[in-house]
Design a binder for this molecule. Structure first.
Ligand SMILES: [Zn+2]
Length: 285
């Protein structure tokens, strides 16, 4: 209703029954869709609440938080004793699970909550969101097989923590900003699951790329298992392999690549100067 009509209705004493109700705040709508397990301890709940608040504070977290809600996915979050990672995400039809490592509970509260916000953003606004959006576009499995999905999740986490007040640049972010290809090559050997992910440039020949990685001297133990499992699956599913190859030139693939590139440029803008350069800054800068 135009303002003049609303005023006329008010002056006439008419109830404005058709006036739209104000939209609940993002945090309130977020809590209705993303919930922490009731088994969480009071300390875990306090950390989670603060992490969510910090995550939704900055521009990146707010924009992606709105997209997560718009995607309609519901998420169950819980804490666990994860050994070698800060968090993980899993998917069932229409629902997602995010697990956070309890290790961050031992951090000093101020930095611990920023770290938890980063990990939560990585899993939730990185992996869960991209999975939900790719699935809606009919390409859920493919998106999860891509290294760019992992790179995106890292960038989202770093952006969220920098926007929330974290003042340090992760060493991985340093490498990414200096040489993205080098960061991606390193990422493959960070954990077995990453070993089986495909770089965009490897999508022309996924099987060849995975076989070459399995033949690399660094491919031992869990890396061999992960690579062999992915190869076996793709060899048995020519349909999935074909859709993976098509992903490179698909509109969804191109849109994701462009969005990630823009996000990396934002990270470059927000990145604090490296410690060696900080002493060169004039006082008060
Ligand atoms: Zn990840």
């Amino acid at each position: 209703m135009p303002a003049s009509l609303a005023l006329a209705a008010l002056l006439a004493g008419t109830a404005l029954e058709d006036a739209p109700k104000p939209r609940p705040a993002l945090a309130e709508r977020f809590a209705a869709q993303v919930s922490l397990s009731s088994a969480a301890s009071p300390a875990e709940r306090a950390l989670y609440d603060e992490a969510v608040r910090l995550m939704l504070k900055g521009e990146t977290g707010r924009a992606l938080g709105e997209r997560l809600l718009a995607a309609g996915v519901s998420v169950a979050v819980s804490f666990s004793d994860l050994e070698d990672k800060g968090g993980m995400a899993g998917f069932d039809a229409g629902a997602a699970r995010v697990t956070l490592s309890r290790s961050v509970l031992s951090w000093k509260p101020a930095s611990g909550s920023l770290r938890a916000a980063e990990v939560l953003a990585h899993e939730l606004l990185g992996h869960v969101l991209s999975h939900a959006e790719a699935e809606a576009a009919g390409a859920g499995w493919e998106a999860n097989a891509l290294l760019s999905d992992e790179v995106n999740a890292y960038v989202v986490g770093w952006l969220v923590s920098l926007e929330a007040g974290w003042r340090f640049l992760d060493t991985g972010a340093e490498t990414l900003l200096a040489d993205r290809a080098a960061f991606e090559r390193e990422l493959h050997w960070k954990q077995p699951h990453y070993g089986a992910l495909l770089e965009d440039g490897e999508l022309a020949d996924p099987l060849g790329a995975l076989r070459a990685r399995r033949a690399d001297p660094r491919a031992v133990g869990g890396f061999v298992d992960s690579l062999s499992e992915r190869l076996k699956f793709l060899e048995s599913r020519p349909d999935v392999l074909a859709s993976l190859v098509r992903r490179r030139s698909s509109p969804a693939g191109a849109a994701f690549a462009a969005e990630l590139a823009a996000r990396i440029e934002r990270l470059r803008l927000l990145a604090p100067p490296l410690p060696g350069l900080q002493s060169l800054q004039p006082d008060g800068a």
